[in-house]
Design a protein around this ligand. Sequence first.
Ligand SMILES: [Fe+2]
Length: 338
Amino acid sequence: MIAIRAAALAVAAALLPLQTAAAAEQVNVYTYRESKLVQPLFDAFTKDTGIAVNVISASSGLEQRIKAEGAGSPADVLLTVDIGRIDDAVAAGVSQPINSPVIDEIVPPQYRDPDGHWAGISMRARVIYASKDRVKQQAITYEELADPKWKGKICIRSGQHIYNNALFAAYAAHHGEAKAEQWLRGLKANLAQKPSGGDRETARDVAAGKCDLGIGNTYYWALMMNGDPDKKPWAEATRVILPTFEGGGTHVNLSGVLLAKHAPNKANALKLIEWLAGDKAQQIYADANYEYPIRPGVALNPTIASYGRLTADPMPIAKIAAQRKTASTLVDKVGFDN
Ligand SMILES: [Fe+2]
């Protein structure tokens, strides 16, 4: 019931114009993250600062909405996941540089835009869900996924999905376009089935014996293990391996924040953005979403910690974003999804 009511409120919120004149100190947040995930965070922010947070939550179209609202847009902050969506928002021209010495100090440079338009506030990693029964090795590289020894043994969702787009873009950023193409052909040749479903279904198919290795994001495994009794067997049949690039680390992506171009409450927006990178927010946010905090020294959720020590790929996220189009073109060229 509570979930249904929250969903109904989220829909209602998305349809109603924001009340911008009520409170003296406020900030308007447009978010792709579910209300139930972000509300505890905003409640804590209001408690700390006295600034009310008005939330508009939707699963798509927020940057188009901000664009359509133009100079009169009430949006102050846009909260979203994946560099693909962050990049799209910047391309839509709905952001402005954050220009915060606090963010520059707290958020490592590889996790923020060199031009200041976005900053990561937490991370997810794209990893392997390995069959506990059939996979004995404890470590793997992304490069090895194209090794013929895995022929017919790998499951993955569409190569055009933003999560894979970023992973393949990272491969191209490391090795160049020609080697990325060769690798994608090798990976394609190793697939047990046509790319399909989402990351949870990938775990399901590993559990069902259709494949030995699935590729998925870190938080889905934790959600299946801790939050969804129906899917728990899929997590229990698999083990998370944190793969690395040869000579690099594990591919990570971001939950990020942008400052809206016409933010009417810019000072409060900056306070919120800086607060999100603080210790308390990092803990709440990372724990609620099963993500990795962006700053070192914040305790990990125990399930996430159980994957082992994350050595995040040092490749700057902006350099990965610059290869998104190349990755997408290659996926079509090698017929990855066919
Ligand atoms: Fe996701």
